[in-house]
Design a binder for this molecule. Structure first.
Ligand code: ATP
Ligand code: MG
Ligand code: MG
Length: 533
């Protein structure tokens, strides 16, 4: 049965939460507004929504805004946008942990009065060392009066207060290090994006999250399994506060090869100008991967296919892009481009004297993709790579046109590059017998300048270990721009349009046509066939 369960786990989120009664389940998605949502957060959000829906319960969207040093309003707004993109909607208004600061402060004070917490001014390094070996802090047995006096200094944010934090008086010798007197409150003089400078001290996630979950009526708190060791602490905080219990349920954290999924690390790339911003198409953020050409449908399908299992999974990107290709290929229009560098003119001796324009479908099997105008001229542009591949006398197929014989090949003796071709149309020839099917563009007419953008992973190591310094494995080159020309129809493409350049691959429009001198920027969409290096 273990096997059957694992199989079931793999295919969908379809598992049961403990103690879940229809109409009674309340889940929550609690992002910290310290960055945009990434694909791991997308999984957490969709999973919480899935269970709220499955049990006809409620989903709460709550901003976990307890650290003013990392958080800002801009992140709140972008996370709301990202949730909307994912189709994740809370039942009831969005909430904020900062709505509860007053209560949390009172509760913390009560913990101090009841001897369940104490104030400690042990320097951070020393505290860490004591925690490692299980030594008590010198402040652990201070009187309640002394603790309250130091707490007052913390709330005022005085020099003395700023050295202090409140710690739960749990068990410094506990096997689970999360239980070794965790920090509940700490000072931070930075203004908070919602409450400004009202507070000098803020609750930690470990203290605030269980309390707010309980107060807001959450029945099932889902979180990724790397926090598993802290489940015991979560329960303990609830029992020390004497508030309603909440079920804690772990799911697997999503990880990808060659990918950082930590907002702190992503922020580093933004701060150091290694990317354009949080929506950079090299970023694993929701905005980044959609800008790279992923569809929301593919993202959701992929995440659902992960299942709800508790195993950590390190995913390959190609799986996601393969799903995406299956979605975009049947509908996205086809266009033609020729690489600008060393492009070659093929002159057809019996080609049309005057240009001929025909209206063709933009997708042969899907009318919904619309139509395009194709211009047939006596001379046509080919890619250098194609020109170098043809042989004298060879019959080739010109796509959307017909066959032609290659008659003459002119090569530059110094560079070895093909500089010109001559040929002859042979439209009665069978396209089934030719080896080469060539894409081409008319010599005459307004071709559209393009920039084809290929992107690569930001780091060169597939799986970063805890001790790895990510700045030592940066990929020096993560973007390559190739100038090209596109068919005249491409002038009408809009930002975000997905298309296929025949024989080149799928692309998404990042910058549309503005004027002749400015290339249309097309970002290459992986199609799942490029294996990660
Ligand atoms: P980061 O390290 O990127 O800051 P975080 O876990 O601190 O991530 P939060 O905004 O606190 O970010 O997370 C909100 C929710 O998203 C939490 O429930 C967390 O468990 C979940 N989550 C974060 N990263 C992942 C991931 N890679 N896979 C699955 N769930 C994740
Ligand atoms: Mg967090
Ligand atoms: Mg984290």
């Amino acid at each position: 049965s273990g096997k059957a369960e694992a199989a079931k786990d793999e295919g969908s989120f379809d598992v049961n939460l403990p103690d879940a009664a229809e109409g009674k389940v309340v889940t929550r998605f609690p992002p910290e507004p310290s960055g945009y949502l990434h694909i791991g957060h997308a999984k957490a959000a969709l999973l919480n929504q899935y269970f709220a829906t499955k049990y006809k319960g409620r989903l709460i969207i709550r901003f976990d805004d307890t650290n003013p040093s990392k958080e800002k309003e801009d992140f709140v707004q972008n996370i709301l946008t990202d949730l909307q993109t994912l189709g994740v909607k809370g039942d009831g208004p969005v909430t904020y942990t900062s709505n509860y600061f007053e209560q949390l402060q009172k509760e913390c004070e009560r913990m101090i009065r009841e001897g369940k917490a104490y104030v400690d001014d042990t320097p951070q390094e020393k505290m860490r060392a004591e925690r490692m070996v299980g030594d008590n802090s010198v402040n652990r047995d201070n009187s309640v009066e002394k603790n309250l006096a130091m707490w007052a200094e913390m709330l005022k944010g005085t020099e003395e207060g700023k050295k202090c934090c409140v710690r739960g008086k749990l068990d410094m010798q506990a096997a689970n290090k999360a239980m070794r007197d965790p920090v509940y409150y700490r000072c931070n003089p930075m203004p908070h994006h919602r409450v400004g400078t009202k507070y000098m001290a803020y609750p930690t996630y470990d203290f605030a999250c269980p309390y707010v979950d309980s107060i807001e009526g959450v029945t099932h708190a889902l979180r990724s399994s790397e926090y598993h060791d802290r489940n015991e602490l979560y329960d303990r905080v609830l029992s020390d506060l004497d508030v309603r219990k909440v079920h804690m349920w772990d799911f697997s954290r999503l990880n990808f090869v060659y990918t950082l999924l930590s907002k702190r690390k992503l922020q580093w790339f933004v701060d150091n100008g290694k990317v354009e911003g949080w929506d950079d198409p090299r970023f694993p953020t929701v905005q980044g991967i959609l800008r790279r050409g992923l569809t929301v449908q593919a993202l959701k399908e992929f995440i659902l296919s992960q299942g709800a299992s508790k195993n950590q999974n390190l995913m390959e990107w190609d799986k996601l892009w393969t799903i995406n290709k299956r979605i975009i290929d049947p509908v996205c229009p086809r266009h033609t481009a020729v690489i600008s560098e060393a492009k070659v003119l093929l002159t057809l001796s019996n080609g049309p004297q005057e240009p001929i324009v025909k209206i063709l479908p933009r997708h042969k099997k899907f009318d919904g993709a619309g139509k395009k105008a194709t211009t047939f001229t006596r001379a046509i542009w080919l890619d250098q790579a194609d020109a170098a591949a043809v042989k004298e006398g060879e019959e080739v197929t010109l796509m959307d046109w017909g066959n032609a014989f290659i008659r003459g090949i002119h090569t530059d003796a110094d560079t070895g590059l093909v500089t010109g071709l001559t040929g002859e149309l042979h439209l009665e020839g069978s396209v089934k017998t030719t080896k080469l099917k060539l894409t081409w563009l008319p010599e005459i007419g307004e071709l559209v300048p393009l920039s084809l953008v290929d992107l690569d992973h930001l780091i060169t190591k597939p799986k970063l270990e805890e001790e790895d310094d990510f700045t030592s494995v940066l990929n020096p080159v993560t973007r390559r721009d190739t100038p090209a020309l596109g068919d005249a129809n491409m002038r009408n493409l809009q930002k975000g349009n997905v298309l296929q350049l025949e024989r080149k691959g799928y692309y998404i429009v990042d910058v549309p046509y503005l004027r002749k001198e400015k290339p249309v920027m097309l970002i290459s969409i992986p199609d799942g066939r490029q294996k990660d290096p």
